[in-house]
Design a protein around this ligand. Structure first.
Ligand code: GCO
Ligand code: MG
Length: 446
C-alpha cells in the first residue's frame, strides 16, 4: 500500500466524519463511512472493456479490464471460451459496462447476482462469459487491495502447487507411446492419451457423404466402431510399455452413442484410467446413473455446462468423480467456488477445463482455486506460446508437472493492450470448430 493511498483513506474517514457535521453516529450508518472507517475508501467501477486477441493463432482470447476510481487500480477477468468472441464483446461493452459503471467495486457477490438477472434470461455461454470477466476482475481488484495473492482470499493454500495433466496424442499406439514418454520425462505423473484427434477420425474409412457431395467439404468424418475398437488397444499398449505408475486420462468428447460409451468405459476399466471424460453429450446426462451401475471407471464431465441444473444433480447423486466446468462458462470465480464447495461434500473433485481456449488469466484463476480447495483433483494445462506471453505477463509457470501461480497481489496476470492489438482476431475465426459427420453424413456432437 503506498503512502498516497493510505492518506486517501485517512482523508476519506475524516472527510466523511466531518461532512456529517461531526455526527459520527449518523455518518456511521452509511456504507461509505463503514468502509472508510476500516481503512478502505469507497471504490467505484469507472470503466469495463473487452480486449480480444489471438496470439499464436490459437483461439481468440477475450479478457475484461475493469477500471476503478482509484487511479491505477484495475482488475482483469477471463471471458474466453465461447467461440463467439464478438458476441461476448458486445455483452461486455453494450450491456455489462453501462450496468456496472459507477457501481461499487467492493460487493462482488451482490453485483454478480444483480448482473446475472439483469438480462432476465440467463445462463447462456455468451452472457456467462461476459459476467465471468467482470467477476474475476473484481476478485483481482479485491486481492490487489488486500495486497495478497488471490488464493489467500479463498482461504490460503491446501497444497504447495497444482498437479497437472498434459495432452499426448499419436496416430498409432507407438507414436502415442513416444509422446507419453516425453511428458513422463518432463516430470508429468498424469497424461491424457488420444489416438489421433477426438474420436480418432483418421481410423474411419469411406466418408460416403463426401462422395455424395453432402455437407461442406471441410467437414470431418468419424464412425464409432473403429474408435471404440482401437482405444482399449491403445490403453493396453501404453500400460504395457509405460508402466503402471503413470495416470492415464482420456476424452471421449461426446462423439459416440451412449451405450458405446458405457461399453468403452467398461473395457477401459482394467487399465485403471484416472478418468474418462465426457462419455455423453450434455443433452444425455440422464445416462450417468446407468454408467455407474456398469463400471467403476472414474468419470469427468462438465466443460460445456452453463446452467446449475446441469451439475447439481450429477454431484449430489455421486454420478461423476470430477467436475470439468469451464469457469468462464458459468460466470466466473464466484459460482465456481460454490460448485467446488458443493462437490466437496460429495467427494467429487475438480478438474477445471484448461485448454487453449482459456486465457492465461483464466488459467491463473483456475490455479488459485486449485490451491485453495481441499477437493482439487487435477488441472488440465497448456503451454503458453511466446506471443501469448508477450500479451500476458505473469502467466502461471510449469515445473516438474506442477503449475505455480505468480505470487503478486491479485491473480498475478496482466494484459498488455498494445501487444494484444498486434494479434487481431483472424477472419476465419468462426470456422475453428468443424462439423463431424458419420459415413452417411449424419452430424455428430460436437
Ligand atoms: C478439453 C476439451 C477441449 C475442447 C475445446 C473446444 O478437454 O480440453 O475437450 O479441447 O475441445 O475447448 O473449443
Ligand atoms: Mg474435453
Amino acid at each position: 500500500m503506498n503512502q498516497e493511498s493510505s492518506m486517501n483513506r485517512r482523508d476519506a474517514v475524516r472527510g466523511l466524519a466531518l461532512g456529517a457535521g461531526g455526527a459520527l453516529e449518523s455518518a456511521g450508518n452509511s456504507p461509505e463511512y463503514q468502509q472508510a472507517a476500516r481503512g478502505l475508501p469507497p471504490l467505484r467501477i469507472t470503466n469495463v472493456k473487452a480486449i480480444l486477441t489471438c496470439p499464436n493463432n490459437i483461439r481468440t482470447l477475450v479478457v475484461v479490464k475493469v477500471e476503478t476510481s482509484e487511479p491505477g487500480l484495475y482488475g482483469i477477468g477471463c471471458s474466453t471460451g465461447s467461440l463467439r468472441p464478438y458476441a461476448v464483446r458486445s455483452a461486455v461493452e453494450d450491456y455489462l459496462k453501462p450496468f456496472a459503471q459507477n457501481k461499487s467495486a467492493d460487493n462482488i457477490e451482490d453485483l454478480w447476482q444483480s448482473a446475472y438477472v439483469s438480462s432476465y434470461w440467463r445462463n447462456g455461454p455468451v452472457l456467462n462469459s461476459a459476467l465471468s470477466g467482470l467477476d474475476q476482475a473484481l476478485w483481482d481488484i479485491k486481492a490487489k487491495r488486500a495486497n495478497m495473492p488471490l488464493y489467500h482470499l479463498l482461504g490460503g493454500k491446501c497444497r504447495f502447487a497444482v498437479d497437472c495433466y498434459a495432452h499426448a496424442g499419436g496416430r498409432t499406439p507407438e507414436e502415442l507411446e513416444q509422446n507419453v514418454r516425453r511428458y513422463m520425462e518432463q516430470g508429468y505423473r498424469h497424461v491424457r492419451i488420444q489416438l489421433g484427434g477426438y474420436g480418432s477420425g483418421h481410423l474411419s474409412r469411406n466418408a460416403h457423404f463426401r462422395e455424395a457431395g453432402f455437407g461442406s467439404p471441410e467437414d470431418e468424418h468419424m464412425d464409432p466402431g473403429p474408435y471404440v475398437r482401437a482405444t482399449p488397444k491403445a490403453f493396453e499398449h501404453i500400460r504395457a510399455k509405460c508402466g503402471e505408475e503413470v495416470e492415464l486420462l482420456h476424452d471421449i468428447h461426446e462423439r459416440i452413442p451412449p451405450l458405446d460409451a458405457i461399453n468403452l468405459c467398461k473395457r477401459l476399466e482394467p487399465y485403471r484410467p484416472y478418468f474418462i471424460e465426457d462419455p455423453f453429450a450434455p443433452e444425455d446426462i440422464g445416462y450417468f446413473h446407468l454408467l455407474r451401475q456398469q463400471t467403476s471407471t472414474p468419470v469427468a464431465m462438465g466443460e460445456l455446462f452453463n446452467n446449475p441444473h446441469e451439475w447439481t444433480g450429477l454431484i449430489t447423486g455421486r454420478l461423476i468423480d470430477f467436475i470439468r466446468i469451464h469457469i468462464s462458462q458459468i460466470g466466473g470465480l464466484s459460482p465456481a467456488m460454490k460448485v467446488a464447495r458443493l462437490a466437496e461434500w460429495f467427494n467429487v473433485r475438480t478438474a477445471w477445463h484448461g485448454p487453449a481456449n482459456v486465457s492465461p488469466v483464466g488459467h491463473a484463476v483456475n490455479a488459485h482455486i486449485d490451491l485453495a480447495i481441499r477437493n482439487f483433483g487435477i488441472q488440465e494445462r497448456v503451454e503458453f506460446g511466446e506471443q501469448t506471453r508477450e500479451v500476458f505477463s505473469g502467466c502461471p509457470a510449469f515445473r516438474n508437472g506442477y503449475l505455480f501461480v505468480n505470487e503478486a497481489p491479485g491473480h498475478g496476470v496482466d494484459v498488455n493492450e498494445k501487444a494484444a492489438a498486434k494479434f487481431p482476431v483472424p477472419r476465419d475465426h468462426a470456422g475453428w470448430w468443424r462439423q463431424v459427420r458419420r459415413a452417411d453424413g449424419t452430424s455428430v456432437r460436437p
